[in-house]
Design a protein around this ligand. Structure first.
Ligand code: PXP
Length: 246
């Protein structure tokens, strides 16, 4: 199972002090240094979300990262003409289409692929024609997985947020939903990824979900990095991911 590290929060911290002043030599923390620390620690990819409001990752970040990262770049984006044009210039290895709402703190809920077939289809075709692999960030629901298949997506990223926040019986139910969704998506020939709210504790439960090819993890790794450093935080997560799989 591969790990993509979402480094948006490194940019969040930088923007808190240096928004509009990125070219100052004292602007920090440095996003490129963060990406290479993740790669040195064994991350298989770097994930960034270029949001319409540019609250963390900036346009110049995505192009600089494109030049410097040696693993692979996964661009998360809302399906808007502006960001699509940037993605087609950037040519990341992968794009993950996500829903985007200005008020949300982070991506809440999955993309309604089933309800947006007509809007998503041309975007997916354009990205794939440019040799970009496309993932859809969706709830672990059969109708969304069917829609992803119908749309010709290469991958789905199952939203693990509801599972991560659930307690007791509801947690078992959410885990079972993820397991059934992963089985269904894999049977349809889709690569199955997962992300959102995965941390050093619940990773052991996530390992009970079959077919997972890649996890995208941000908040928890960057939080731990405050205490251990980024390389150690990534190494620790990779080692947890390689723990006994059920
Ligand atoms: N995957 C997707 C599609 C996301 O939008 C996010 C959050 O930006 C993540 C993964 C990472 O989530 P977290 O920061 O909770 O690990």
């Amino acid at each position: 199972m591969k790990l993509g590290v979402n480094i948006d929060h490194v940019a969040t911290l930088r923007q808190a002090r240096y928004a509009g002043m990125l070219d100052l030599p004292n602007s920090e923390p440095d996003l490129l240094a963060a990406a290479s620390a993740c790669e040195r620690a064994g991350a298989h990819g770097i994930t960034i979300h270029l949001r319409a409001d540019r609250r963390h990752i900036q346009d110049q970040d995505v192009f600089r990262l494109r030049e410097t990262i040696v693993s692979k770049l996964n661009l998360e984006m809302g399906n808007t003409p502006e960001i699509l044009e940037i993605a087609l210039k950037l040519l990341p290895e992968e794009v993950c289409l996500v829903p985007e709402n200005r008020q949300e703190i982070t991506t809440e809920g999955g993309l309604d692929a089933a309800g947006q077939i007509h809007a998503l289809n041309p975007t997916i075709v354009r990205l794939q024609s440019a040799a970009v692999r496309v993932s859809l960030f969706i709830e672990p629901a059969f109708e969304q997985i069917e829609a992803a298949k119908k749309l010709g997506a290469d991958m789905v990223e199952l939203h693990t947020g509801a599972f991560a926040n659930a307690q007791g019986e509801a947690r078992q139910k959410e885990l079972a939903r993820l397991q059934a969704a992963a089985d269904f998506a894999s049977d349809l020939g889709l690569q199955v990824n997962a992300g959102h709210g995965i941390n050093y504790t619940n990773i052991h439960e996530i390992l009970m979900v079959p077919h997972l090819a890649e996890l995208n993890i941000g908040h928890s790794i960057i939080s731990r990095a405050l205490f251990t450093g980024l390389e150690s935080a990534v190494i620790e997560m990779i080692s947890a991911m390689n723990g006994p799989r059920q």
